[in-house]
Design a protein around this ligand. Structure first.
Ligand code: ZN
Ligand code: MN
Length: 478
């Protein structure tokens, strides 16, 4: 094996998140534009018309400071807005108002839990506020290919979070983003489910080689996939002794590849200078009045202590704000059953259907009934799974949700006593002599085979542990 195959990549991220303020960063246009026609959330300010002046959105600054605190940054005394000059059709003023040398916060960190259960700190170099440009929409139709521009997004407040280049794998990058997302959601400044609310530029290189920047990746999974592709590509080039060009690349979700953008990334001169139309912000004064709510790590610790659940369960539950809320609502019914069934079953069934926790919260009564039926042992585990699958499919198809008890009655899923089926079970044992002999001679799995036959014939209405007991009882009396 060549040493190159053990190369570890050096990855750094620049994450742009849209803050969920009601209005834009420098004008009073509403930021709730996603369901509206293009160019309907615009005014002279966010269209960059000459003679207009920006007014700073106080909430956006507060959100930014909160984020800085939650990411353990040093909050600077004074924040200064600057103009970053460049020409592009989505940028109405031909400059973006952002923060240059004096951002909101520097030198922070975020802790992730790596695959081998270690805590790793990813350092945050800086965070700052800036305005989002508009959005270009490339179309090709019978009029040929052309580009449309929508300025609804122009002026939406963004927080930019820049990490130090110390992420060591695509997987770690995803863990970082997941953690960041949950922190921002916990402090109530970000809605991760809004389309396009997060965009990432990812830098990746190998020691001694040039760095490549993958621009504007707009999904969490996309970041991991783009990095995986780029890592493979660069490794292969290094093995063949090829030169890696320093360049910007674009990621294509459709086939998980990246292609070269501008090949010579000459350090563009943005001619930063202080924005004359905005005052300095005395950040540290504002900070005094801001307190942070409970963050994911703190909540995780609390759940472990308060509900006595294992750490891996608490970690999954608290990684999603809504899921943690749901758990705490259900915990009074049963701390452990709720944890197990949310983490081991609900999460997977939701992912499989591309559903979010909040999609099912409108109907949360069914979940508490579902947990109750399990807790009171009215249904078996198998029936519980049948029921939740039916309900989630109903939510997707027509939004009508039957209560679990209704489904239980309709499909006759109520758990029954093994004693009712004792003679059937005796017969099954007789019909599976081979398995019985195997079991009696100590062969592992043979008993499970018989249990499986019983479950199959009784359509999952019997409790497996009760089946085991009665089989042992029958065998011992033979
Ligand atoms: Zn506006
Ligand atoms: Mn930026």
């Amino acid at each position: 094996m060549s040493e190159q195959q053990n190369l570890i990549p050096i990855i750094g991220l620049e994450v742009h998140c849209q803050l969920n303020t009601n209005s834009k960063l420098f004008c009073s246009c509403s930021s709730d534009f996603r369901n509206d026609e293009p160019n309907t959330h615009v005014c002279p300010i966010c269209l960059g018309l000459p003679g207009t002046l920006p007014t700073l959105n106080k909430k956006a600054v507060e959100f930014g400071i909160k984020i800085g605190m939650a990411l353990n940054c040093n909050i600077l005394e004074t924040g200064v807005f600057s103009r970053k000059n460049y020409f592009y059709p989505d940028l109405v003023k031909a400059y973006q108002i952002t923060m240059g040398d004096f951002p909101l916060g520097i030198d922070g960190y975020l802790a992730i839990e790596t695959e081998d259960n270690c805590k790793k700190f990813i350092h945050i170099s800086r965070i700052h506020l800036e305005e989002d440009p508009g959005r270009l929409i490339h179309v090709s139709d019978n009029k040929g290919s052309h580009t449309l521009v929508d300025y609804n997004r122009s002026g939406i407040p963004l927080i930019e979070i820049v990490t130090a280049p110390e992420i060591e794998s695509p997987k770690e990058a995803r863990l970082f983003l997941n953690k960041l997302r949950s922190i921002l959601e916990y402090i109530g400044v970000f809605d991760p489910d809004k389309e396009g609310s997060l965009r990432v530029d990812a830098n990746i290189s190998f020691k001694g080689h040039n760095r490549v920047e993958i621009k504007n990746i707009s999904s969490y999974r996309g970041v991991e996939k783009a990095l995986l592709y780029e890592m493979k590509r660069q490794k292969m080039m290094i093995e063949k002794n090829e030169y890696i060009t320093r360049e910007t690349r674009h990621f294509h979700e459709s086939n998980n590849t990246t292609t070269s953008g501008r090949s010579k990334e000459t350090a563009m001169d943005y001619r930063y200078f202080q924005e004359p139309d905005l005052p300095l912000i005395h950040v540290s004064n504002w900070q005094k009045n801001i307190t942070l709510p409970e963050l994911p790590d703190q909540r995780c610790e609390r759940l472990i202590l308060e509900y006595n659940i294992p750490k891996n369960y608490a970690t999954v539950l608290t990684s999603n704000f809504q899921l943690a809320n749901l758990y705490e609502k259900l915990a009074p019914i049963s701390k452990s059953i709720s944890a197990i069934w949310l983490v081991d079953v609900l999460v997977g069934e939701l992912n499989y259907r591309n559903l979010l926790v909040k999609d099912i919260l409108k109907y949360e009564n069914w979940i508490s009934e579902w947990i109750k039926l399990l807790h009171e042992k009215i249904i078996t585990d198998k029936s519980a799974i049948t029921i939740i699958r039916l309900i989630l499919d109903e939510i997707i198809s027509n939004n009508i949700v039957e209560m679990p008890s209704t489904i239980m009655e309709r499909l006759n899923l109520k758990k029954e006593s093994v004693n009712t089926y004792k003679s059937n079970i005796e017969k099954i044992i007789e019909n599976n002599k081979k398995a019985l002999d195997d079991h009696l001679s100590g062969k592992k799995g043979a008993l499970n085979f018989i249990i499986g036959q019983v479950m199959k014939e009784t359509k999952g209405k019997l409790d497996p542990s009760e089946i085991t007991n009665i089989i042992n009882e029958i065998i011992s009396k033979r």
